[in-house]
Design a protein around this ligand. Sequence first.
Ligand code: GLV
Ligand code: MN
Length: 198
Amino acid sequence: ADPDPLQDFCVADLNAAPISVNGFPCKPITNVTSDDFFFDGLIKEGNTTNTFGVNVTAGDVRSFPGLNTLGISMNRVDFAPGGVNPPHSHPRATETGVVIKGKLLVGFVTTGNVLFSKVVTTGQVFVIPRGLVHFQLNVGKGKALTITAFNSQLPGASVLPFALFASNPSIPDEVLTKGFQIDDDVVKSIRSKFGVQA
Ligand code: GLV
Ligand code: MN
């Protein structure tokens, strides 16, 4: 989904001028080395000791500057038993993923509110159309691991629980009580789970 490159590569200079155009400026070609095109950041298992029992390690242009202008990136997603990657969407990319370990219920919801979902296991692949709300739930006995890939160097993620209940500043209570047809105390209770003061 990203624009096409206008040169072989443009290894991001993440610390260049405080200006970004559409992506990052290129580091001088004489400073580019082989290491710019390799990335070790997805080797390690992420820490899943958190509310959701999930850890997303992003391998986007911010951590892997060699991806700049190339329109592609990957994540590593680790799940504790029972862990969930909560409903979220990527504004700039379609996602595909392969299950490396365990068993995941993967689902996405169309703009017409139809859910497509399936339980997938080692070696199986899924695709999440660009921008649609999706999730993965670990339904196996042990840990699970998937590697996901995106047709953007920086797909972005709008994680619904955080976007709706833990934004800064907060969405007015009235929007949430009316929007979800719930009482004030439900909004407060959800907010408190994400460390937001009442
Ligand atoms: C999984 O949904 C991911 O965004 O990596
Ligand atoms: Mn995703």
